[in-house]
Write a new protein. Structure first.
Length: 73
């Protein structure tokens, strides 16, 4: 994937600690941003689909799981 340079501001102590311990701050920052974006995307999806999720949960509570009669456990 192509990469671009961005400006990032960190607390001085955080940057000094990271540099002294040797991790790649760019890769760590990228991984943290990816994780945060995934978490937010999932939160938004759940909020947008809340009514459908609730309706499905209500149906399961009333009628049980589909195909329960065929379960072998």
């Amino acid at each position: 994937m192509p990469r671009i340079k961005v400006s990032l501001t960190l607390d001085t102590d955080v940057a000094a600690t990271a540099r002294s311990q040797g991790p790649d701050m760019s890769r760590l920052s990228e991984a943290a941003i990816v994780a945060a974006a995934r978490t937010e995307r999932n939160r938004l999806w759940r909020a947008e689909n809340r009514s459908s999720i609730d309706a499905y949960c209500d149906e399961i509570a009333r009628e049980g799981l589909p195909l329960t009669a065929y379960r072998s456990f």
